[in-house]
Design a protein. Structure first.
Length: 300
């Protein structure tokens, strides 16, 4: 948006009334003061996506609540849901969860979805859980929390004789979901070695498509995100029979998972980071991951 407005109307009077309301409650909610002020902060900077006039911005039902979004199409959403609830509890706030339905666009930070993500952070949630925290991948209006777990990309095969990628004959191909960090690193490796030592690499539209190619024999191995494999194994017996093998001679590709919020909410981000650090130190996040038999590790 341009200047000091978001929707075409001056933002100062409305935010001024909210600030007065917050100050009137400080005597009763001193423990929430820093976060409350953060949740009622100024409009987005000029480099944020375009928004339409009829959106309603930042209308909180209660100043003691933390609104958060979780996308049910993410494979780790049940884990993110439990971690988010624990974070809200650690902050002594009331949680207002919004589960993004299957018919909504995905918030993947590209094209029109960039606007969708901004819209969610304005209309629905103060913080959005379940994002890969790729350095320098987000626009200036986004800030990221510290990660609450780290997971990896894995090679999945049907042949029990292959213990690592080095054991797989070069006559067999690797199916990899396009656009992932692991896919790009694999491509770099294949380009750097002699042609006679390379495996063919087939681009796949999704992790599910990659593992199904292993099942039907199209490829020898699939390179997939471990949480996606965890989710697929719960509902598909054929996928559950597949096994993981070591990535060598390549290094293991990993990604850290956390939450995003608007960059203007610096105090809220600090509070979230402290809550995640506390839940990591006391074993809460490790217990959540272990309870779900989830392929993730808390970060110190």
């Amino acid at each position: 948006m341009r200047g000091e407005t978001i929707s075409g109307r001056p933002a100062t009077p409305r935010h001024g009334r909210k600030a007065l309301a917050v100050r009137g409650r400080l005597r009763q909610f001193l423990q929430f003061a820093a976060i409350v002020l953060c949740l009622n902060s100024a409009p987005a900077p000029a480099d944020t996506p375009f928004v339409v006039d009829d959106w309603r911005f930042g209308t909180h039902e209660t100043n003691a609540a933390l609104r958060y979004c979780i996308d049910r199409r993410d494979p780790d959403w049940p884990v993110a849901q439990k971690i988010a609830a624990a974070v809200v509890g650690a902050l002594l706030l009331q949680g207002k969860e919004y589960l993004i339905a299957d018919d909504l666009k995905t918030a993947d930070m590209s094209g029109e979805d960039l606007d969708d993500t901004y819209r969610m952070l304005i209309e629905r949630c103060d913080v959005f859980f379940g994002f890969k925290l790729v350095p320098d991948a987000y626009p200036a209006w986004v800030t990221i929390t510290r990660p609450y777990y780290r997971s990896s990309y894995v090679y999945v095969v049907a042949d029990p004789a292959w213990k690592s990628l080095a054991d797989m004959p070069t006559t067999r191909a690797i199916g990899a979901t396009v656009g992932t960090v692991a896919d790009m690193r694999l491509s770099q490796y294949l380009l750097a070695i002699a042609a006679e030592k390379r495996w063919d690499k087939y681009p796949m539209s999704s992790d599910e498509a990659a593992v199904r190619a292993v099942i039907d024999g199209t490829t020898g191995a699939a390179l997939v995100w471990a949480p996606a494999l965890w989710d697929l194994r719960k509902t598909n017996a054929d996928i559950a029979k597949l096994r993981e093998m070591a990535a060598s001679p390549l290094p293991v590709s990993t990604a850290d998972i956390g939450a995003i919020l608007l960059s203007r909410q610096t105090f809220l981000r600090t509070s979230l980071d402290q809550a995640i650090a506390s839940l990591t130190a006391d074993g809460t996040i490790a217990a959540i991951l272990k309870g779900e038999n989830f392929p993730g590790t808390p970060l110190p």
